[in-house]
Design a protein around this ligand. Structure first.
Ligand code: PMP
Length: 315
């Protein structure tokens, strides 16, 4: 789908996966004017395909587009494009429980612009790729490293939206952590470097007794759709769910820590390393993380009845 700066998006068309043409002076290539979403189509036990809360991705894209001075497709246009892409690729969606079809809606300033300014034309593309389960051989706990040199986002920046400009700056910290044997990095706030933000592409939760805390989204943390859903599931299970500033000392003293996101689902954290300290957390079948994970996966794969209206049929 295409549109000019202030215009409506025209109806798009399905085409085989391939390269696209862009001017060297396209806004996206020079000024990073682009935002994206990530969602998945799941195959249920009965073979039917479902999407998980795609309207929330559409709303998040609209919010992101406003921040980056871009027009956005309407919620209906967005959801329809995602559904059409999933349906066209239905033969690639793995059997229930064996993976999913990852769907990437991408909105970019595709028109040429030489001086710093918003692009004169925008393109909205949805593409898809089958993916296996995040954990290939059973659930393995993540080992995280608290990053103190680099921050992911600062107040007033674009950390709260899914701008492409948020991701290249984390590659250095992520690759350094991976080369030291960690699965991912935990970022701290930019001002005091004492409060937890999130990991490179997932939100984080801390469990102490019956209380589950997660950093408030104050514009520097992406408001994950999995985060929001897991908070609701946790409240249903009787936990006290709190959004607040979570101090790193509280994290080191927690019973459990887990991460949430479209890619990881709900993933247990086994250890966190902060300065010269290393904390170990409870994981496994009896964990809070596992009880939340099983409900989320159950709803996504149709094993648990979706009485929340979170899944939308594709075919
Ligand atoms: N934080 C960041 C920085 C992310 O890229 C993602 C992945 N979209 C998330 C959190 C998790 O968001 P969601 O649950 O919507 O996938």
């Amino acid at each position: 789908m295409k549109c000019s700066k202030d215009g409506e998006f025209t109806r798009g068309e399905l085409s085989p996966y391939g390269n696209i043409q862009l001017s060297p002076s396209a806004g996206v290539l020079n000024y990073g004017q682009a935002i994206y979403e990530g969602t998945k189509a799941y195959r249920k036990e009965d073979g039917k395909l479902v999407l998980f809360r795609p309207d929330h991705n559409a709303i998040r894209m609209k919010t992101g587009a406003e921040r980056m001075l871009m027009p956005a497709p309407s919620v209906d246009q967005f959801v329809d494009a995602v559904k059409q892409t999933a349906f066209a690729n239905k033969r690639w969606v793995p059997p229930a429980g064996k993976g999913s079809l990852y769907i990437r809606p991408l909105l970019m300033g595709s028109g040429p612009i030489l001086g710093l300014g918003p692009a004169p034309e925008y393109t909205f593309i949805v593409y898809a790729s089958p993916v296996g389960n995040y954990f290939k051989e059973g659930i393995a706990a993540l080992n995280l490293y608290v990053e103190e040199e680099y921050v992911r986002a600062a107040p007033g920046g674009a950390g709260g939206v899914k701008s492409i400009t948020n991701y290249a700056p984390v590659l250095k910290a992520l690759s350094r952590a991976k080369s030291r044997g960690f699965s991912d990095v935990l970022y701290l706030d930019s001002a005091k470097k004492k409060y937890l933000e999130e990991a490179s592409s997932c939100n984080v939760f801390v469990v102490k007794g019956r209380t589950i805390s997660t950093p408030s989204t104050n514009g520097t943390i992406l408001e994950g759709i999995t985060r929001k859903s897991v908070m609701e599931i946790a409240s249903d299970q009787g936990y006290q769910v709190v959004e607040k500033a979570v101090h790193v000392d509280e994290v080191m003293d927690a019973d459990e820590v887990f991460c949430t996101g479209t890619a990881v689902g709900v993933a247990p954290v086994g250890t966190i390393t902060y300065q010269d300290k290393r904390a170990e957390y409870k994981t496994g079948d009896e964990s809070v993380c596992q009880s939340l994970r099983s409900v989320l996966v159950g709803i996504q794969t149709g094993l648990i009845e979706d009485n929340k209206g979170w899944v939308t049929g594709v075919n």
